[in-house]
Write a protein that binds this ligand. Structure first.
Ligand SMILES: [Zn+2]
Length: 73
């Protein structure tokens, strides 16, 4: 089952906790995460959505194309 987390729905202070729970907080802070759609570096400023696809966590930046992609299925 796919699970999608919309970042705009999360309070900013809760976002750190969510990322920490997922084990990717350090990766984000160290610039190791990339948008699954356009391969752009994910930062606090452009992180749009998190999604679990086939048990793998993927992230989307806030580019229009990626936003569209993140809301598919
Ligand atoms: Zn992107």
């Amino acid at each position: 089952m796919d699970k999608k987390i919309d970042i705009p729905a999360i309070h900013e202070k809760d976002l750190k906790q969510v990322l920490s729970d997922l084990g990717i907080l350090e990766d984000l802070q160290e610039g190791k995460l990339f948008c699954v759609n356009c391969c752009k570096l994910i930062t606090w400023d452009n992180l749009f959505a998190l999604k679990v696809v086939e048990n793998k966590l993927v992230l989307f930046c806030d580019e229009a194309d990626c936003v569209d992609n993140s809301t598919e299925k």
